[in-house]
Design a protein. Sequence first.
Length: 201
Amino acid sequence: MPEVHYVGWTGHCNLGDEAMFDVFSDSVRKEWPGSRVMATERHIVSSCGPEVEAVVVLGGGTLIGYDGYLAALRSGLQRGMRVLVLGAGVVDRVVFHERGKRDAMLLEWASVLKDCEYVGVRGRASAELLADHGVSSVDEFGDLALLLANDNSMLGSASPGARRRGHVIGINLGHTGNVDGDPDRCADVVGVRAVDAAGQN
């Protein structure tokens, strides 16, 4: 069974990132019972022997554009591991105000992504940014959070009848480009109850 290294912004009490890692881990274990899934941010350290397949997955979130995640992918490639990108987003001008700096960073990423077995990004904007920087083989994979649609455990103890009668919508309110960077104010704007990463109101 494979050893899967999930690279993402986990361990920082971000509800969306933790949910994506959890649902990804559950999906992998259903597909490959007995597989080992672990979260990491930078350095890939494999404890398995050569008889076990090791896989590195760059997961969801806006990750393409940051040095630490790039280092993790390089580390996996240098160790001869399979490296895949599943649903990651690409930083844009909201994060990088200097176009020259952003372009140089994306060109560096492109040189690594070209060696990955599969590159599937969050959406069209991310795919177009990578294509503009020389990564031609890119799929619009979608957000890993969409796997939650098939995960009934996220509905808690609701009965099957209750699940049929209604829908659960999760909105991840971050800090980049939101209303003054204030999750509570964002919640007021869209008319929902804000829940933090600990599951409290």
